[in-house]
Design a protein around this ligand. Sequence first.
Ligand SMILES: Cc1ncc(COP(=O)(O)O)c(C=O)c1O
Length: 392
Amino acid sequence: MPSLSSLVDRIGGRGASAWDIHTRAMLDRENGEDVIVFSVGDPDFDTPSKIVDSAKRALDDGDTHYMDVRGKETLRRLIAEQHTEKTGQQVTAQNIVIVPGAQCGLFCASLCVAESGNEIITTDPVYTTYEAAICATGAQMVTVAQRVDEGFRTDYHDLKSAITAKTRGIFLANPNNPTGVVLSDDEMQHIVDLACEHDLWIVADEVYADLVYEGEFKHFASIPEAQDRVISVSSFSKTFAMTGWRIGWIVAPEPVADHVENLLLSMLYGMPGFVQEAAITALSECKLDSLSMRDTYRNRRDLVLNALKEAPLIKCQKPMSGMFLLVDIRETALSSAEFVVRLYEATGVAVLDGGAFGSTGEGFVRISFTNSEEDLLEGSRRIVQFVTETDF
Ligand SMILES: Cc1ncc(COP(=O)(O)O)c(C=O)c1O
């Protein structure tokens, strides 16, 4: 085979082996074994039927042709209106680009702001796809370790000292996966101040913004000084249980939106019209469905926290948002990878090695509550039994 570009070496990403246990559990489940899968973050809810019906209607009506590459005007207008309502940032449909999921939005944002010789700052732990999305541009990903024993918070001084003359931007998942941390107003202001001082982009990945359990979520775009340097990325995946529909959006200054449109022209040629119709229905008619899913996730979080609270040697960090819970297993003296394998082999419960998200995730495992209450209770019971009975 002829040689390939150096890009292929940069898109491998980190932590691929952490998914082994998940793959194994899925296979075992298919073979009828008694396993409980806490390792993946795909909502277990069906997409609300109104959304599905509108896609079906659009298909029946022949909405099967090429589309405006930037996305349907109606959908972009709706997103712009809702964004302005939430943030106060005055945007129009021209600031919005429809992308196949936040993941693609992050990738496009990366390509527009960074290139070889640049650095992009993010956190450790970091969502696993960030490395490849950033490094694909030729830039380097620089991670700032979160203060683990302060609840995985971002320290301002750590962030400041990571900035160099090569830094082009700060990429943050807020709310965070895997920690469930939501940045405080002060933390956000510090980040914005640094971005202004050093002329950096802020790429704000807000896919869990509608799954915040306490208080109001604040968007970076609501901070006036940030508005000409923030690219907000979000999607329908988590809010409306639409992961497989692959639809999301970015909100960006108009020149950036124009460049993202050019990128999409060269690699996508627009999102399917019927999927966009489904998204219009989601935004205009399904707020209550999304609130109800959020309440269910919150109840599940509390159920797991309660079920694990008496367990010896492990401690849970209460997530403020999202669909995951980090469990501190450091007192077992096992590595996260060992814990994950031994737990699975002893109980059939698959959790994810926190080390997949970076070195500060070592000593933690991630539980996803995209499972029924029954499975969450039974899985938690098995975890408690495992840590109680194992001689570590
Ligand atoms: C922090 C974070 N960003 C982005 C994504 C990708 O979301 P989407 O399905 O919209 O591409 C995920 C998915 O789990 C995520 O956890």
